[in-house]
Write a protein that binds this ligand. Structure first.
Ligand SMILES: Nc1ncnc2c1ncn2[C@@H]1O[C@H](COP(=O)(O)OP(=O)(O)O)[C@@H](O)[C@H]1O
Ligand SMILES: N[C@@H](CC(=O)OP(=O)(O)O)C(=O)O
Length: 417
């Protein structure tokens, strides 16, 4: 069986849904499990709903209305007015309204997951109904009853044993199955999520549990490029990448594949194909056992909006194990993701991602014990397989604040000018 994953970009409008249906029709109308994300940027729109709800903002109704209109516009272009799908979508909006009215929990991450899940539920219902409408039999299922996790809302950890048991028992691998990416369920039947952009990981989970022959991630680009085309004008398509190389790239932040996706596939040597939904005839990129990188070329990865903080002791003492471990404990406590570390005798520098907006609290907590120099809004560039020309390309992006080099990888923190 094959696993397909279609992200938000592929189903951002009615034409997108039709195109996805066409690909499924020609490439995978049986023996296939299709994982789909929320339409377009709807997860971002739901994040605004979560914030408005949590902060009791008057804009909540407006934000909900935008989401409803967005989906209804797509549906109006795909279905007749009396299609049963309208009722199914109304039921979902009803469930969301019910949650918003009845919820009493103040736990942000819990509330977030119970709301954010509607993006994927809506998109899969619409795609499944459209595929049915054009005559392709398919089974829609609620992934929250299949992928089981702990209760670490927004970044839940998969219970592999239970998930594998359920998936192997319940999925009919001879059929076309449609389900949601990114969502999961815990043992109290609440929704959990696997972390932003986690639908690729969902595809990896199903592939692992079902011993799939391959996973295909359908993208709006030709495949995995050696750099983000939104940042670099001159990019090269990578035809083949080894699992190890792809894991390294994803780890450093190449947003094209979710970092957790690759390890389960590597374990079972299931190839991952990254192909274009715009040019589905093209082979794209193959991630598998084999050549490290083909063609062999420098690969650029950029992480925007980072914070570089250089920390030293107020009494000029050396930065050694005891204070470094203390700082790490604090970084962990404030959920600051460390993307680069560099230390000297008297200072310790880290480049962090302030994903959960807790940097200022971290700063307040440490400022009485350490001297801290902070540079906000910096970019972290990573170049795998760098050469002189690649270094020059990065240097042209701004002022270099810190550089770190090891055998295959160069990292540079840059302040744009
Ligand atoms: N190394 C890379 N190779 C290909 N695309 C990349 C790379 N880095 C960043 N991207 C960007 O990722 C985008 C696709 O991601 P995204 O819009 O999140 O897709 P989806 O909704 O399908 O998950 C591409 O349009 C491209 O601009
Ligand atoms: N919709 C979720 C999950 C996801 O993976 O989306 P996409 O495949 O569009 O990146 C998100 O935006 O985080």
């Amino acid at each position: 069986m094959k696993i397909f994953k279609f992200g938000g970009a592929s189903v951002k409008d009615a034409e997108g849904v039709k195109n996805v249906a066409k690909i499924i029709q020609s490439e995978g109308n049986s023996d296939t499990l299709v994982v789909i994300s929320a339409m377009g940027k709807i997860t971002n729109a739901f994040e605004e709903v979560v914030d408005a709800y949590y902060n009791k903002s008057e804009e909540l109704a407006l934000k909900l209305n935008f989401i409803e209109e967005y989906h209804k516009n797509i549906m109006n272009a795909l279905f007749d007015k009396n299609d049963a799908v309208y009722q199914e979508i109304d039921i979902l909006f009803g469930e969301l309204g019910w949650f918003l009215a009845r919820n009493t929990s103040q736990r942000y991450n819990y509330v977030y997951d119970q709301i954010i899940c509607f993006g994927e539920l809506l998109s899969t219902k619409i795609v499944s109904a459209y595929i049915t409408k054009i005559g392709i039999k398919n089974t829609w299922f609620d992934v929250r009853n299949y992928v089981k996790t702990d209760s670490n809302y927004r970044d839940a950890k998969v219970d592999w044993k239970l998930t594998e048991d359920i998936i192997t028992k319940k999925v009919d691998t001879s059929q076309l199955n449609i389900t949601q990416g990114f969502l999961a369920g815990n043992d109290t039947e609440n929704t959990t999520t696997l972390g932003r952009e986690g639908s690729d990981y969902t595809a990896g989970i199903f592939a692992y549990c079902l011993n799939a022959e391959s996973v295909t991630i359908w993208k709006d680009v030709e495949g995995v490029l050696n750099a983000d085309p939104r940042v670099f004008s001159d990019t090269t398509l990578l035809r083949q990448i080894s699992y190890e190389e792809a894991i390294e790239m994803a780890f450093y932040g190449a947003s094209v594949i979710h970092p957790k996706t690759l390890q389960p596939l590597q374990k079972k040597e299931i190839p991952l194909l990254v192909r274009s939904f715009i040019n589905p005839k093209e082979p794209g990129t193959r991630v598998s056992k084999g050549a490290l990188l083909e063609p062999y070329t420098p690969c650029f990865i950029v992480k925007r909006n980072q914070i570089l903080v250089s920390i030293s002791a107020l009494d000029f003492s050396f930065m050694v194990e005891n204070n470094i471990s203390f700082i790490f404990q604090k970084l962990h406590e404030y959920q600051l993701k460390v993307n680069l570390i560099q230390n000297s005798a008297i200072s310790f520098s880290v480049c962090v991602d302030n994903k959960f907006n807790k940097f200022d609290d971290f700063f307040q907590d440490l400022k009485n014990e350490f001297k801290m120099e902070v540079q906000k809004e910096v970019d972290l560039f990573t170049v795998r397989h760098f050469d002189d020309k690649a270094i020059k390309t990065i240097e042209e992006k701004g002022v270099s604040l810190l550089t770190q080099v090891n055998k295959e990888t160069l990292q540079m923190v840059v302040k744009a000018i």
